[in-house]
Structure formats: structure tokens, C-alpha cells
Design a protein around this ligand. Sequence first.
Ligand SMILES: Cc1cc2nc3c(=O)[nH]c(=O)nc-3n(C[C@H](O)[C@H](O)[C@H](O)COP(=O)(O)OP(=O)(O)OC[C@H]3O[C@@H](n4cnc5c(N)ncnc54)[C@H](O)[C@@H]3O)c2cc1C
Length: 404
Amino acid sequence: MKSVAVIGGGITGVTTAYALARRGLQVTLFERHRYPAMETSFANGGQLSASHAEAWNSWSTVGKGLKWMLRSDAPLLVNPRPGWHKLSWFAEFLAAIPRYESNTIASARLAIAAREHLFGWAHEEGIDFDQRHEGILHVYRDKAGFEHAARVTGLLAQGGLQRRAVTPAEMRTIEPTLEGRFYGGFYTESDSTGDIHKFTLGLAQAAEERGVEMVCGADVHGLQAGEEGARIALLRDGGQETRHFDALVVCAGTASRRFAAMLGDRVNVYPVKGYSITVMLEDPASRAGAPTVSLVDDAAKLVSSRLGANRFRVAGTAEFNGFNRDIRADRIAPLVHWVQQCFPGVGTRQVVPWAGLRPMMPDLMPRVGAGKRPGVFYNTGHGHLGWTMSAATAELIASQVQAA
Ligand SMILES: Cc1cc2nc3c(=O)[nH]c(=O)nc-3n(C[C@H](O)[C@H](O)[C@H](O)COP(=O)(O)OP(=O)(O)OC[C@H]3O[C@@H](n4cnc5c(N)ncnc54)[C@H](O)[C@@H]3O)c2cc1C
């Protein structure tokens, strides 16, 4: 039986390990934390959102980024200090602008393909992850934003996604708790939400039951691969270990670039920081005043999801500031303000802030496939849509590993 090492226990690593185990391969997953899903797959926006598949590679994003550079509470923030990693990433980002349309269509396809696997696995394994099938509503405060969204709707349709324009009155029927003046919106009934952390833990347990060896608390520091197979060097319980496998799959989020370099590949993932708050709905008025339909406010670059009865998650913004994981008060404040403005009935006494680093490729497309050396594979770089796409890319990579 072929033995495969999976590096990383976030959503991409756990879905990959699970998909490989379902194919009967002998799988070992290495994760440096004590538990899976403790980094970017911990407290994201919760959206399984094919409707959010628009690539960021456009001159309009570049213009906004430049305009917002000096505002610390702006949705998009770039630390102007130059560095090779950031400069090379931005150069490749610009070079991918001509592929904006094709990449948006391809992302929508992946997001739709992922649904079937993810829902099927959750059902089969009995995973409760506060899933909600109430659709996602994109909201626009001005004509320009709405008209841009109409053009994106055409691209998403080419990827197989149907969404419809809605008037402000229809928006209020879809989500009665939403306050504010809007020009219009787009509603995608087929999109859904859920808690990525709960799902990843549930699937990790299911993977273990299917024979996957979960090695947590293992800091991988060396990878080698060649005709004789793959070699993994790690630190665990204060000691060094070396393990051998027939193949390995790198699913290490923002660390994937470093691992790829060890294996002679270039996977230019940049850590694009985002923030979330989890608003604890402590009283009946807050529970009644919080939305159940998931939202995207494109201008504010914020998304929201209701997680179970008692939690309301708001997430977003993008910060290019290297591997910095600090939770900044001036970046959290706009998220709390957004809740107070859009959902005045929701109490904001108990708000849990979080920051995570999106593992983002310059063209916003995940890297799924073989590396240069034999037995080396990647399933990484899912950026702002890792939760949405993970089940589809796990299936893709698992078939490639099995066939190799
Ligand atoms: C604010 C925010 C909101 C978001 N909202 C959404 C959303 O609504 N919908 C959506 O689809 N996506 C969303 N995303 C994106 C999504 O969360 C990510 O794409 C996804 O979680 C990335 O998963 P991953 O497995 O690639 O990375 P991670 O979850 O970071 O997993 C990588 C793992 O590799 C491990 N690792 C790294 N180095 C080593 C080492 N040396 N040894 C052992 N293990 C190692 C890490 O510990 C980590 O657990 C959001 C992201 C952010 C930041």
C-alpha cells in the first residue's frame, strides 16, 4: 500500500488526508500544533461561498489599495516597507490581471464542485458544524458597486453559479434584521455557511477512524524527496525524528512557500492577514437581532455568518504585513462598528477578536498538483476561499497521488 505524508492540519491538510484514506492509501498527517485547525482554519468568515469567487486581480483593486495605503482602518492595508517576498508577489499579482475573468470562472467551478463532497462527507461522518443553508446576500450601497456586481454575476454564471439581483425591499424580506440604506444586492440561494474549526476537527476524527495517523505537536523542519521516496524531519517532544514515505503532500498554509523551496519548487504564497470577531449573542434581543442569512458587504470587504443560535461571526479586511499575527485594535474596531450599524439590536459586550493569515497565491488560484521531484504534491494557497474550495481540491490531489 502506498504511504503518504500530509504536511499541515488545517482544512486543506485534513480534507486531503481524508480523501486519500477513502482511496485506501496509508496516510500520516503532521501538524505542529497540539490540535488540527489552530491557524487560519480556526475562526474565518464561515462562508461556503461560490458567489465570492471573484479574483482580486484588477486595476480597481490596485487603485483602492493605493488610495487606502495611509488609512489604518481601511479594508485593504499594505505595509509600504519593501521586501523581496512582497514585491515578487505583487509583480505576479499584476501579471495575473489578464486572467481575472478566467480565474473567476475557474474558482466558481471549484467552489461548486466542493459542495457535493463536503456536504456528503459531513452527512456520512455525522459532523455537526453549525451548517446553515440560507444563502448568501451581497449588499451594495451605491450604483457603481451594484453594476460591477452585475458584471461579476455574468462570470459566475459561466462557472455554473446562479445568483439574482434583488431590490432593497427584497433584501429586507430575505434578511429582516439588516438596517441601512442600500442601492441593491445579489442573492445566491445555493451558498451556505458553517464553522470551519468544528468541521475540520470532525473530519480529522473521521480520518483517524479510517486509519489516518494524526501526528500533532510535530514541527516539520526538513523535507526531501527523490527516486527513493520522501523524507520528513521533525521535532516532537523535544526530540528529533525522521520518517520515510512513498509520497508527500504539502498543505502547510502560509508555510508552504518555505517547504516548496526545500523541494526545489516555487509556490509564492503570501500571508494576507485578515481579522474576525465572534459576537456572543448572550440575550434573546441579540439572538433575534442578528441575521441568519450570511452577508457580503463588498465595499467594506466584510462577510458575516450566523454560527448556531448564539454566535455571530464577522470577518474580512486584507493586510499585507508579512507573518505578523498581532490583533490590532484599530483593525478590529471597524468590524464591531459594522455590527452596530447594520444590526443595532445585537449587543456587542462579548466580542472575541481573532487574526489569521490567508495563504494566498498571486493569481488567487490554489496550487494543486505535482512538484518537480517524484512523490511531491501540493494542495495549498487557497487564499480567501480555502474553506469553500478545500473539498474539491482535496479530491483532485488525492486522485493524482493515487494515480502516480
Ligand atoms: C479573516 C479571514 C476570513 C476568511 N473567511 C473565509 C470564508 O468565509 N470562506 C472561505 O472559504 N475561506 C475564508 N478564509 C480563508 C480560509 O480560512 C483559508 O483559506 C483556509 O483556512 C486555509 O487553510 P490551510 O489548510 O491552507 O491553512 P491553515 O489552516 O493555516 O493550515 C496550515 C497548517 O499547517 C501547519 N504547519 C505549518 N508549518 C508547519 C510545520 N513546520 N510543521 C507542522 N505543521 C505546520 C499549521 O500549523 C497549520 O495548522 C478566510 C481567512 C481569513 C484570514
